[in-house]
Design a protein around this ligand. Sequence first.
Ligand SMILES: Cc1cc2nc3c(=O)[nH]c(=O)nc-3n(C[C@H](O)[C@H](O)[C@H](O)COP(=O)(O)O)c2cc1C
Length: 214
Amino acid sequence: MLHLLHVDSSPRSERSQSRRLTQEFVEQWKRNNPNTQITYRDIGRNPIPHIDEHWIAAAFTPPEHHTPQLRAAIQLSDQLVDEFLAADIYVMGIPMYNFSVPSGFKAYIDQIVRVGRTFDFAPEDADSPYKPLVLGKKMVVITARGASGYGIGERYESMNYQDPYLRTVFGFLGITDISFITVENDETGGQRLAESIAQARSQVAELVASGSRT
Ligand SMILES: Cc1cc2nc3c(=O)[nH]c(=O)nc-3n(C[C@H](O)[C@H](O)[C@H](O)COP(=O)(O)O)c2cc1C
């Protein structure tokens, strides 16, 4: 059975473009692949805490040496990592906030990038001292933006710290099969928003259809 992890990170509810599109993706996916097990995590409405001093100490201390305090500090991260590793396909809804991801999504990333669990050190390999541990997965990232022009060759390309960052951090873990779908012009509204939504919806349908074939 395939396992799909659906994560939404917009703090908005009905108004959220990314949330609407991830939902559409997951509903279509379920119709085409009824045997998929779906796990949903809503970090937009139920924020993940930032890591703290005890978390850092726990992440770099072997579990057999954890004090009760360190164990408690790393417990949620362990749960999020277990959930992340159990999935075969990820569907992530991520708004652009100040040219990057919302701080809530960054908090989630800090919780799941874990030495010995999602990546490892390989000091003996001078060319590549890090080893990705999350292999063979697919990811669909649905982003939403107020403006447009952040694509390759476009006027705000150099201000886009969202897609390149997501490619880097998930690629670091071993997830390189990432499809991006974007709703632009949420703040512009009108025809330009409507066209962008229509395009994103057709990309969702295409991606579900192509994923279902594999
Ligand atoms: C705090 C904040 C920062 C934002 N920063 C940007 C930005 O840097 N670039 C942009 O194009 N839109 C920006 N926006 C607009 C959002 O990306 C846009 O409204 C998007 O649709 C939000 O995602 P959602 O619809 O899923 O909630 C920002 C919105 C907020 C609330």
